[in-house]
Design a protein around this ligand. Structure first.
Ligand SMILES: Nc1ncnc2c1ncn2[C@@H]1O[C@H](COP(=O)(O)OP(=O)(O)OP(=O)(O)O)[C@@H](O)[C@H]1O
Ligand SMILES: [Mg+2]
Length: 258
């Protein structure tokens, strides 16, 4: 059975597209058939994050409007043979109802093990449309008060009147700041929001849209996230331990100076 997961957040710019692209790749690398759908019909960029820009003929909007078949709009990612993108093209007045999007997502579910939906920022029409199509949600947050407050509202909306499996992805985590207590740790955020943490991703300059296939620590963190999504376990990437203890306090000071 196919799993349909929306990647959302309250606040914009916290890393939804980056998480969607990297999680999709790690699931595909684990042997799953995966499609990532750009749910942002206005300001698309998942194609760039998945290294597939320039190969787009049709998009999600064309599928919703019946201008093409879903298969015609799919683009294979150069990252993995099991990994596909259903892109969105940039454009004004590109909108559509949740029902036609749901039809497209249901059709994808017949071919793929995982359908990941990259949600636009905010809680407007695009958010509602994407959320309606999914049975599970990953809420991406950064460990900052504003992002946590917005995520709280989103978790409320996601679970309002329906049963939805929700997990948190704490992105852009700074281990040095968590160890010194300057930002909240993943477990504290989980107990504040009363939602389990599915993954912790470190802040890493090598994670950038355009070259977003994270390697190194970021890559290991995304692999753990994918393992947790597949298995339901909760093994989290440890950002903090290298900044605790005597040596850790020196590393923290060095990080502040540099
Ligand atoms: N773990 C990370 N470490 C460092 N930079 C990151 C990390 N995650 C994301 N970024 C950077 O943060 C910026 C925003 O990321 P992204 O576009 O994925 O966010 P978004 O939530 O999809 O934004 P929007 O709400 O506009 O759709 C990008 O420049 C990206 O490279
Ligand atoms: Mg985005």
């Amino acid at each position: 059975m196919s799993r349909k997961i929306v990647i959302t957040s309250g606040k914009g710019g916290v890393g939804k597209t980056t998480v969607t692209a990297n999680l999709a790749y790690r699931l595909a690398a684990a042997g799953e058939r995966v499609v990532a759908v750009d749910g942002d019909l206005g300001l698309n960029n998942l194609d760039v994050a998945m290294g597939a820009e320039g190969s787009i003929a049709y998009d999600l909007f064309d599928c919703m409007d019946g201008r093409c078949r879903v298969k015609q709009a799919l683009v294979q990612s150069p990252w993995h043979k099991n990994l596909f993108l259903l892109p969105a093209k940039f454009g004004k007045n590109r909108s559509g109802d949740a029902r036609s999007m749901s039809g497209v997502i249901t059709e994808l579910g017949r071919t793929f093990d995982y359908v990941l939906l990259d949600c636009p920022a905010g809680i407007d029409e695009g958010f509602r449309r994407a959320v309606t199509c999914a049975e599970e949600a990953l809420v991406v947050i950064t460990p900052h008060v504003s992002a946590i407050r917005d995520a709280d509202k989103v978790v409320g909306l996601l679970t309002e009147g329906r049963s939805m499996g929700v997990g948190l992805v704490v992105n852009k985590m700074r281990g040095d700041l968590a160890a010194s207590g300057d930002v909240l740790g993943a477990n504290e955020i989980a107990s504040l929001l009363k939602v389990r943490v599915a993954g912790v991703i470190p802040e890493d300059d090598r994670i950038t849209v355009g070259l977003s296939l994270a390697l190194g620590g970021g890559g290991r963190a995304f692999k753990l996230l994918a393992d947790n999504v597949r298995s339901g376990r909760g093994r989290l990437y440890d950002c903090e331990s290298r900044y605790t203890g005597f040596l850790g306090s020196i590393r923290r000071k060095l990080k502040r100076i540099l």
